[in-house]
Write a protein that binds this ligand. Structure first.
Ligand code: IVH
Length: 665
């Protein structure tokens, strides 16, 4: 047989056996036989690298490492779920549904185990897995296609290819055995352990090198698609059958429940079953079964009205408050934090817990030295439920909020009617450090390599004092520092360079203006489109924005009218930081109809970034200086393309002009 034909045969053979092994859990050949087929395939592919197809089982071992994760916009948002903690919450959920649907009869539900892992989207085109991404913020996630291809139970090709495009959603997780084995390995090499399956799954998928992901024992269960009605299925039960028919792994513990009583009894069944499962679940997801009802119910901002997550009750433990520390946050809020005698709560060691504020301490009547009941509910941060008063021996000390800032000694204030005690010194080093850390963090501009620790180090050395300093760092400043080197210095500078052109909403959220989080920042971007317009906005202008309240409006105006903020923005400009809006909401995008080409070396942008900016703004990229081309952007040493474009009378822009053009959006 010719080797091309054999390769095709091996591909089919391996994919069938991997399906039997990983999805059906019913292998029909031995591991040894499987390995032999696999080796044979690898050998043929090695001789003929151009024969490797996107569904080749060899991709399971991981490919070339990436420099960074690209962003992926989900065509339909990936929502999250509201939580129910008891039967009462479930009944309230049903009452809301019935009221909304104007009906009295229960609609019928699917009850599914809630897997404790990471939500992902897999896109299949003509049956072939073409993209996989994380949920991200629900709208934009990270492209982890290569990483997801290494997860054995994710089919690289569906068993039925009649569907043109299918966006499936599900959970990647690590089962108990896998997590234990991985943690044992990590102990052996002195690496920190993963506290739970979710962290393990997330940490494994967010590896730039997919070969590392391939080593991790990840699993996958599918639980939905982006647009169920397009599948022709009428309800969730049918959909899960349909997905299983395509070769996707569906959890076997899903059950149809005709009414809430059945849901509640299934919940207690699952609660006792959970310890026998090979993987951890943290609750049960209840979904209205019928898709036309789901459609009528629709969604709120972040979660659908037709589903809810019932969480298993929290795990509790008792320990002692040894001491209390006072932390100063980025808005000056002083938060008391209890230092606990470390205790294991359902597998995680807890040694600190926030006490929130003085009102909360008073309400719970907590003292230093108290024995306290603490609890951890699923992914929620551990909290102190109450003091065990019977255990007191008189040695306990009241917890008193300090009068002055523990960091800058400025007097603290607790405004009438507010729970929070605050340091109002805008120059308080603690606040500045926290703002810097927030600015660089994932919630901010996500500058890789500038985590909390590094920011702290650079702040202490006074290499960064204010936000714009981050963009003015020099390689020599960093390379010689303890724990750094040429390579990490270069990486951080590159990451900072890349972060200089964030979307306006991301930039606003990163600034850490009080009351302006991710959601408000998006509202502002959509309404104002440019930083300049936002800076000029009055409180009244801001109040016109749907969803924006008094407090946020005032806080924004106060922020931008502060002269030190204005100086900071001047310095941002000098450092080449220009927030952009990727997609203006006007119907016609800024670069619609334009065809761009880049030539020469660009100083501020990488080629990939430059091309992405063009595409995000509605333009296209040309393959060369062709008739179609409308604009050539030239960097340094442009070469022959410039002359050709000029001869053809095409528009020519410098990199600065190109950025200015985009900034005008
Ligand atoms: S349905 C709109 N089904 O729970 C529907 N989610 O907060 C959203 N999860 O991000 C998801 N098992 O990662 C659904 N059987 C299941 C699930 C499940 C786990 C996770 C998922 C989601 C989170 C919801």
């Amino acid at each position: 047989m010719n080797s091309r034909k054999r390769l095709e045969e091996l591909r089919l053979l391996l994919s069938e056996h991997s399906y039997r092994y990983y999805v059906l859990d019913a292998p029909t050949i031995s591991d040894g036989e499987y390995d032999r087929f696999f080796q044979e395939l690898l050998e043929i592919e090695k001789k003929h690298p151009d024969w490797v197809t996107p569904d080749s089982p060899s991709l399971r071992v991981g490919g070339t490492p990436l420099d960074k994760f690209d962003q992926v916009e989900h065509r339909m948002p990936m929502l999250s779920l509201e939580n129910a903690f008891d039967d009462q919450d479930l009944h309230a959920f049903e009452d809301r549904l019935l009221r909304f649907l104007l009906q009295d009869d229960p609609p019928g539900y699917m009850a599914e185990p809630k897997l404790d892992g990471l939500a992902v989207e897999l896109v299949y085109e003509e049956g072939l897995l073409v993209q996989g991404s994380t949920r991200g913020d629900g709208t934009v996630g990270e492209d982890i296609t290569a990483q997801l291809r290494t997860v054995s139970s994710i089919p690289l090709r569906l068993r039925n290819t009649t569907v043109q495009r299918l966006e499936v959603r599900g959970e990647v997780f690590m089962d108990r055995k896998g997590l234990d084995a991985l943690n044992r390995q990590r102990t052996a090499v002195g690496e920190p352990l993963f506290a739970n399956p979710r962290n393990a799954a997330a940490g494994s998928l967010r590896q730039l090198d997919p070969a590392i992901t391939a080593q991790r024992p990840l699993r996958f269960f599918v639980y939905g698609v982006s647009e169920p009605l397009l599948t022709g299925c009428l309800n969730q039960g049918e959909l899960l059958d349909f997905l299983a028919g395509l070769g996707l792994p569906v959890n076997s513990h899903v059950r149809f429940c005709p009414d809430m009583a059945a849901v509640i009894s299934r919940f207690s069944e699952l609660a006792s079953l959970r310890h026998e499962l090979a993987y951890e679940i943290d609750g049960m997801v209840v979904k209205v079964n019928d898709f036309s009802l789901q459609n009528r119910l629709g969604s709120k901002a972040r979660a659908p009205r037709w589903a809810i997550a019932c969480k298993f009750p929290a795990i509790q433990a008792t320990t002692r408050i040894m001491d209390v520390e006072f932390q100063v946050g980025r808005t000056g809020a002083v938060t008391p934090v209890a230092i606990l005698d470390p205790v294991d709560v359902g597998g995680a060691t807890v040694s600190r817990a926030t006490l929130h504020n003085s009102d909360e301490i008073e309400r719970k009547d907590l003292h230093t030295g108290d024995t306290v009941l603490i609890q951890r509910a699923g992914d929620v941060i551990p909290e102190i439920v109450k003091a065990v008063v019977e255990k007191r021996d008189g040695s306990e000390q009241p917890i008193i909020m300090p009068d002055s800032c523990p960091v800058c000694s400025h007097a603290l204030v607790k405004p009438e009617g507010e729970a929070v005690t605050r340091c109002l010194n805008p120059h308080c080093p603690a606040q500045r450090l926290r703002s810097l850390a927030h600015f660089c963090s994932k919630a901010g501009l996500d500058i890789e390599g500038l985590g909390k620790k590094s920011v702290e180090q650079l702040f202490e050395l006074q290499l960064i004092r204010d936000l714009p300093d981050i963009f003015l760092l020099q390689k020599e400043d960093l390379a010689s520092l303890e724990g750094w080197g040429e390579r990490s210095a270069e990486n951080v500078l590159a990451a900072a360079r890349q972060a200089r052109i964030p979307s306006l909403s991301r930039f606003l959220a990163a600034l850490g203006i009080r009351y302006v989080g991710e959601v408000t920042a998006s509202l502002l971007e959509r309404s104002f489109h440019s930083l300049e317009r936002l800076i000029e906005a009055t409180v009244d202008d801001l109040l016109e924005v749907e969803g924006l309240g008094d407090q946020a409006a005032n806080s924004i105006v106060d922020y931008f009218s502060d002269s030190s903020v204005q100086e900071m923005f001047d310095r941002f400009k000098e450092a080449g930081v220009h927030p952009l809006i990727a997609k203006p909401m006007e119907e016609k995008l800024l670069l619609s109809g334009e065809v761009f080409l880049f030539t020469g070396s660009l100083k501020q942008l990488s080629r990939t970034e430059a091309k992405k900016l063009v595409k995000d703004n509605g333009g296209q990229i040309a393959s060369g200086v062709t008739k179609k081309l409308t604009c050539l952007v030239v960097g340094e040493k442009p070469g022959s393309k410039l002359k050709k474009a000029q001869d053809m009378g095409k528009k020519v822009l410098t990199e600065e002009e190109f950025l200015l053009l985009l900034a005008s959006a």
